[in-house]
Design a protein around this ligand. Structure first.
Ligand code: FAD
Length: 350
């Protein structure tokens, strides 16, 4: 099967969907090809009852991230403040200390239905057929008057392609013909995948019991496996939950659930080790986020590099993931702004 489109967008994360929405607003109906069987990419929310969800990907947005706030408000999503009140638990070594106040959590906002709602709000602005799931892009080749995008299900021809996936993944998973300029390919291969080498653990409880003890649900640890922990409860503490991040050192094994539950127990008391539900998201093991070896990448000065704003392949290939943004690179805000910039470049291009 082969199709044609004015623009093909590779990836239905925040950046790719934002690009498609901006293109549609300009009267350009893009096709979005998504490798996974879901939209959202690093926005992933799982049901937790009563219309609320818990986030296994991005959690927060911050003041000044205007595009995220506007998207949430425009879609009528319930936004609430991250819980910060109470004391921090600190784990400098084998012993755990209670620190007065909470120096770890800065003011931030959350979405009661989960951050994946942002991707869903973008998709709702597109025609039903615009997003095609289960279509991993394997190759992009130049023709006389456009590009050919190949997936296992067929090929798409388009004058412009927006690459809305992490650059290191793009150059790992997609064969470019002719090859990308070596300097650009090297830049992409060296650009870290934001949060691509982290494990996120989410533990749900009947009640936010730590709050009753004057604790913020926040912890910082030098011993691990989790380096930091935060209250992940919904508005008014429902659902009650804690979450933490474990950075995954290159080549090191992923910590197991038992070690993480034991750490939560050491930090917050025995009931923290016995959650109602315990979820782990190992983003290093997600082939549609993190290519092999990306846990060794550390050159964050590649983020927002000006070369990502210069269209490649004769002015027809546009970079759009959060890593390419100048505005809040790494964040959802960066993904939205990079998507908007790539859409504008595709519209202005040859
Ligand atoms: C654990 C974690 C916590 C985070 N916390 C926060 C936070 O609190 N606040 C914040 O602002 N940001 C946070 N982030 C970062 C945030 O999630 C990202 O900035 C944002 O979601 C990136 O969007 P994107 O569209 O650029 O990339 P992605 O979301 O990675 O989207 C890329 C899309 O491309 C698809 N794809 C991959 N390969 C192919 C292919 N070959 N063909 C077709 N499709 C393909 C993928 O499946 C995916 O859907 C966090 C990320 C993680 C993982």
């Amino acid at each position: 099967m082969a199709g044609t489109a004015p623009v093909v967008v590779v990836g239905a994360g925040a950046a790719g969907l934002a690009a498609a929405v901006h293109l549609r607003a300009a009267g350009v109906d893009a096709v979005v090809l998504e490798a996974r069987d879901r939209i959202g990419g690093r926005l992933l929310s799982v049901p937790a009852g009563a219309g609320r969800r818990l986030d296994l990907g991005a959690t927060w947005f911050w003041d000044g991230e205007a595009d995220v706030g506007a998207l949430a408000a425009g879609a009528g999503l319930e936004v609430f403040d991250q819980h910060r009140t109470g004391d921090l638990m600190f784990q400098p070594g084998p012993r755990v200390e209670r620190v007065r106040g909470n120096p770890l959590d800065v003011p931030s906002r959350r979405i009661a239905s989960g951050m994946q709602s942002l991707a869903e709000a973008l998709q709702a602005r597109l025609p039903d057929a615009a997003v095609r799931l289960g279509e991993p892009v394997r190759a992009i080749a130049a023709e006389a008057d456009g590009l050919v995008v190949e997936t296992p299900r067929g090929a798409w021809r388009a004058p412009h392609v927006v690459l809305a996936l992490p650059p290191a993944l793009a150059v790992h998973a997609i064969a470019f013909d002719p090859p990308l300029d070596p300097e650009l390919a090297a830049l992409a291969a060296a650009t870290p995948v934001w949060m691509g080498a982290f494990l996120k653990a989410v533990a749900r409880y009947p009640e936010p019991f730590w709050r009753a003890r004057g604790l913020a649900g926040a912890a910082f640890s030098h011993t691990g496996p989790l380096r930091e922990v935060h209250d992940m409860s919904g508005p008014e503490g429902a659902p009650a939950a804690l979450f933490g991040f474990a950075p995954l050192a290159p080549g090191a094994p992923t910590p197991g659930a038992d070690a993480i539950r034991a750490q939560l127990g050491a930090l917050f008391g025995a009931e923290a080790a016995e959650p109602l539900e315990f979820l782990l998201a190992d983003w290093r093991a997600e082939p549609c986020t993190t290519p092999p070896g990306a846990d060794r990448l550390g050159r964050y000065d590649t983020y927002g590099d000006p070369r990502y704003r210069a269209p490649a392949m004769g002015g027809r290939l546009h970079w759009a993931s959060t890593e390419t943004a100048q505005d809040a690179p790494g964040h959802v805000q960066g993904a939205l702004s990079a998507g908007a910039r790539a859409a504008a470049a595709a519209i202005a291009g040859p």
